[in-house]
Design a protein around this ligand. Sequence first.
Ligand code: MN
Ligand code: MN
Length: 473
Amino acid sequence: MEGKEKTEGKRLEEELFNKKKSGWERTTDEDKKIIFKFSDEYMEFLNRSKTEREFVKSAKEVLDRNGYKDINTLDKINPGDKVYYINREKSMYIAVIGNKKLEEGLNLVGAHIDSPRIDLRPNALYEDSHFAYFDTHYYGGIKTYQWTTIPLSMHGVIVKPDGEKISVNIGENEGDPIFTITDLLPHLAKEQMQKKLGEGVNGEDLNLLIGNMPFNDEAVGEKVKLNIMKILNEKYGIKEADFLSAEIELVPAFKARSLGFDESMVAGYGQDDKVCAYTSLRAILEANVQDKTAVCILSDKEEVGSMGNTGMESQVFDYFISELLNKSGDNRPNLINKVFCNSSMLSADVGTAFDPIYASVSDRNNAAFASFGIAFDKYTGIKGKSGGSDANAEFIGKLRGILEKNNIQYQLSEIGKIDAGGGGTIAYILANKGVEVIDCGVPVLSMHAPYEVTSKYDVYEAYRTYKVFFEEA
Ligand code: MN
Ligand code: MN
């Protein structure tokens, strides 16, 4: 259309319509380099932080290097101080103290660092037909069939009665063995293949194959099991009963990798929600916090309902905020409620990316597209928004102002078609305390699968969103 005047309609269309397009269309070569470098750093972090405990450990290392202090070691806090609180090695809260009083409100960004996986049962080790197995209990919403016939690694801790804690991480290094859950050969799967997809592999049948070599002694009944126990005893000094006080998680042994000829995407395990957790962490590390105190939440147990003392439902977060008030010297009865009522939050959790192969579950006009920027979900819930958290229009308007001023690409979306299903996040928990809150995060393909897919463009826009929110909200 070079040289031609725009028609009146064309001009109006450009001015009035909310035209959505891929963020890559406006990305310069220079931007692309920055985005790719950020994603490389993200993937590197993800590869050594596959569980909530490992994520906390990796985050603590970064925070310690950057001058953050454990709040328990401080008597007093002042504007400019950087602190964190670690909750039982599984969740953490990070704060950068602003110049304004805490009661004027906090800028919160909250993500979760647990991901769907398979846990060992307390009585895990058994032998059957010359194989040794670990019996398991899956964690979170998984499609069980996806977790068979893939390499799995083992992460966690074993705690002995005397308090000694043994860290376990097997299957991530090149020289390590891996583990797997077997599936039936198609030749004999006639009956299995006729079952519904959700019933083809029973949760009860997710048994981890861990050995096949006997301890050669005719006097012993379970020779393969004994041989495994002997190896574990030599390597970790443990006995079978020590699994009673262990938390061992099985996760895919794959590394996060660039996806596609154009390398525009990230494939990796646990991106729900470590992609938002990592970008939140980077955001608080790099934000120039001035007025309001910035708080980053890395919570546990979101995938199983946020219950328990490391989940967002626990009072431990309120205790952390109370400690901020106490140590800044101006706490008084019920002040924490004022803090919450004046606060705002981005509930940083992943969204559903529109998948054309499964287009029927999405409303195209209200779906999030990969590479179209960070996705905000005004509300969550199921069947008429039930059980969801619904963000206020005033809050969204304010956020749009901040995003547009900073030239950040964003989209408003829903998880899927009405009555097709639904989901929730930690948003409602903070909303119940009086915080203004909206869900926003990176759209994901194959959510909760062993290998999830994100767009590098969206990963970077999420980081930019959380950073400007800490600085300007
Ligand atoms: Mn999530
Ligand atoms: Mn999830």
